[in-house]
Design a protein around this ligand. Structure first.
Ligand code: ADP
Ligand code: ADP
Length: 228
């Protein structure tokens, strides 16, 4: 579960990015976060995995109260949340296998368990046959599938994605969306900031619209709205 109460965020330069947000997202939900550029969508989701801290208010993720979370416990929080970015953020000098294995190595899993788990998630994203490839040998869609595999390898309860289809062509974007749907169908909560109007209006989910740092709309099977 994701819960925010009276959350505000002012950046050090004085920009008020989040201006009072209250929200509850239940386990297993699939939520789109929409709104114009600069509305605060990225800031909203970055606060969920502690990439940014709120200036005030309360955030609870998977039962962890972020306001009292010690820095030393942030890695533990991050392991319960998978994050996917627009620009993939794969490590260029590591193979596909190693990029996905990395998160398991840092928690000291045995090589045997790592191998099994990594090949399982690569199979899910249909890239097992490219396990030995490097990121620059893959198409954009394939790189995003690797980053999705990496984000779910720890079995996170929550998956957060910031414009995951922003760099992909329409067909590839749909493939990636079907993967997110499949992961969501297996019980993982998905929160996705997106500008993809066609996807939001076709693959209907809960829509949270953010404008000027506030939630201006929250609908169960919502529409994208009038944003570019
Ligand atoms: P969106 O994702 O909807 O485009 P953001 O959350 O990125 O919106 O930005 C919200 C506001 O906060 C914008 O005015 C943006 O310029 C500002 N902002 C975002 N990140 C920072 C930062 N690190 N420092 C200062 N201002 C920022
Ligand atoms: P797309 O049409 O999806 O953008 P590409 O044309 O980039 O895909 O690549 C087609 C196939 O060739 C993909 O499976 C990709 O992994 C593979 N490929 C692309 N570039 C390289 C490369 N430099 N080395 C090895 N395989 C590559």
């Amino acid at each position: 579960m994701i819960e925010m109460s009276e959350v505000y965020k002012t950046y050090p330069n004085g920009v008020l990015a989040i201006n009072g947000i209250d929200i509850v997202i239940h386990p297993g939900e699939f939520v789109y976060v929409v709104g114009p550029s600069g509305a605060g969508k990225s800031t909203f989701i970055k606060m969920m995995y502690r990439e940014e801290k709120p200036s005030s208010g309360k955030i609870v993720i998977n039962g962890i109260d972020l306001s009292t979370l010690k820095e030393s416990k942030v890695p533990m929080l991050r392991r319960s949340i998978g994050v996917v970015f627009q620009d993939f953020k794969l490590l260029p000098k590591l193979t596909v296998f190693e990029n996905v294995a990395f998160a398991l190595e840092v928690i000291g899993e045995s090589p045997r368990n790592i191998r099994k788990r990594v090949l399982d998630v690569l199979d899910l994203v249909q890239l097992k046959h490219k396990a030995r490839f490097f990121p620059d040998e893959l198409s954009g869609g394939e790189q995003q599938r690797v980053s999705i595999a990496r984000s779910i390898v720890n079995n996170p309860a929550v998956m957060i994605a910031d414009e995951p289809t922003g760099n992909l062509d329409p067909d590839t974007s749909w493939e990636i969306m079907h993967l997110f749907e499949e992961i969501n169908n297996r019980g993982t909560t998905v929160v996705m900031a997106t500008h993809n109007k066609e996807i939001v209006n076709t693959l209907k989910k809960r829509v949270i619209a953010v404008e000027d740092g506030k939630i201006v709309r929250d609908e169960a099977r919502g529409e994208y709205g009038l944003y570019d």
